[in-house]
Ligand binder design. Structure first.
Ligand code: SF4
Length: 147
């Protein structure tokens, strides 16, 4: 499952538009910067670029357009091929958490991204409170080691 070899050059993190109404995005950026939680698989010194963006509202309204823009700009400006880009669906989308239960459009969003040739992974920031509630059976389980 590791990406310590540096094959990933750009990580896009898609966050839920509704969750972002009350979230600064700090948790995801902090986890990426420190390479913890869902980002522990990436080497710290591999020069990976982070590109966060919102889904645009249900059902992932701007994802297709932003993904296309990301692929184009990555190639043109940084010589990064789409095979070197990984998109993480943020924890606000894929986990049961303090914002909401998981997004009901995950499969649809994943299909859009995969059709564009982008690799998709699930998760970003791992909240202690949500982890505790998961352990207590209040929130649904989530596989942090999944591909
Ligand atoms: S599509 Fe999912 S991630 Fe986007 S706003 Fe709706 S619930 Fe949130």
């Amino acid at each position: 499952m590791g990406d310590k070899t540096g094959q990933t050059k750009i990580i896009g993190v898609i966050q839920c538009d509704f969750a972002r109404e009350r979230c600064s995005g700090f948790g995801c950026m902090n986890s990426f910067t420190r390479r913890i939680d869902a980002f522990a698989r990436y080497a710290k010194d591999a020069g990976v670029m982070l590109v966060p963006f919102n889904c645009g509202g249900c059902p992932g309204r701007r994802i297709s357009r932003v993904a296309a823009n990301l692929i184009k700009r990555a190639k043109k400006k940084a010589e990064v091929d789409k095979e070197e880009i990984v998109i993480h669906l943020a924890s606000c989308i894929v986990t049961d958490n303090g914002h909401y239960p998981p997004c009901p459009h995950i499969d649809y969003i994943e299909k859009i991204l995969k059709r564009k040739g982008l690799k998709v992974r699930k998760g970003s920031y791992r909240s202690n409170t949500a982890s505790r509630r998961r352990a207590e059976g209040i929130y649904e389980q989530f596989d942090w080691d999944g591909e």
